[in-house]
Ligand binder design. Sequence first.
Ligand SMILES: C[S@@+](CC[C@H](N)C(=O)[O-])C[C@H]1O[C@@H](n2cnc3c(N)ncnc32)[C@H](O)[C@@H]1O
Length: 333
Amino acid sequence: MQSQSLSATADKRVQFIVRSTEDPLALDGPNVISGLCGSPKKISPIYVYDKRGTELFERQCATPEYYLRRIEAQLLNCYAVDIVGLCGPLAVVELGAGTAAKTRILLREYAKREVRCDYLPIDVDVDTLAESAHELISAFPLLYVHCLGTTYERGLRLVPSWSQPRLFVFLGSSLGNMEWPEVDSLLSRIFDNSAPGDYLLLGADLDKDSAIIDEAYNDAAGYGPQSTLNMLNHLNRRYGGNFESEQFRYRSQYDARARRNEVRIESLVDQTVTLATLGFTVSFGAGELIDAEVMLKFDPDELGAVLERAGFSMVRRWIESVYRYGLFLLRRK
Ligand SMILES: C[S@@+](CC[C@H](N)C(=O)[O-])C[C@H]1O[C@@H](n2cnc3c(N)ncnc32)[C@H](O)[C@@H]1O
């Protein structure tokens, strides 16, 4: 890949390391069934993000209440020049890239240096990945995009080694959308699939006044709730289901002691749902809650210690103090 000509046509500047037609969740049916057989029942947050879910998430990000997108973009706008200066030339690997709305700020800084930049976004939302890859290459003439339309774990295994160091980017506080054991396990996957001297740039939402968090996840326009309830439509489409999303409602609650926001889907009536292609039927009682999403809100020192134990040394951290959001630049030991 390194030897590709810089005069390659735009199309040649987008490649798929994992084929764009491959369905990253093709084998996930058994996990859906076991989640819905548990007590409490659970749907993996991975089902938030089909094309429609990403559109709704993007709208939520644009609401005044959803400070995470705005503040992270502000931090990147202020410090991308420092990040690029500290890291030097490298390939950028992004976990959960989505529309790459904020990654552009970093890529723009590389573009200013007028050198080739390789970008490897990993995301299960293959449609959004392909669309944003083409938008990025039109904005940045020396950018080469190598798409990995798959899960974090599989994508990390498939990231090729590179002659330059790699910068692993994980924005939007997506690390907080996992339970702590999954956080530890993902960090060790990043460690195992990176090399000494590689960098990790992490955007993480921090513990704060619960009113700010409650507002962010209950935006007046209702995009947050809609994006969560879209999980049910996603399951319908993928598994021939008959969830009626109006028979459910969104519930979000911040647990300040545990520093975690929990999003659940409540069944409004007694009802039975079938996922035909999985041959699976499940009943919900009125008022029953389904676990859907978690958003951990980190203590910056505790997060630093977790990262240190996982094999990443802190290079620098930038914390916005009003909304309390942090960007952490780390180096793989
Ligand atoms: C919270 S959004 C963040 C998007 C973007 N990074 C940002 O900061 O706005 C999470 C993104 O990660 C993707 N995603 C979620 N779980 C994933 C997984 N297990 N493997 C790969 N991608 C995942 C989703 O499709 C979505 O685009």
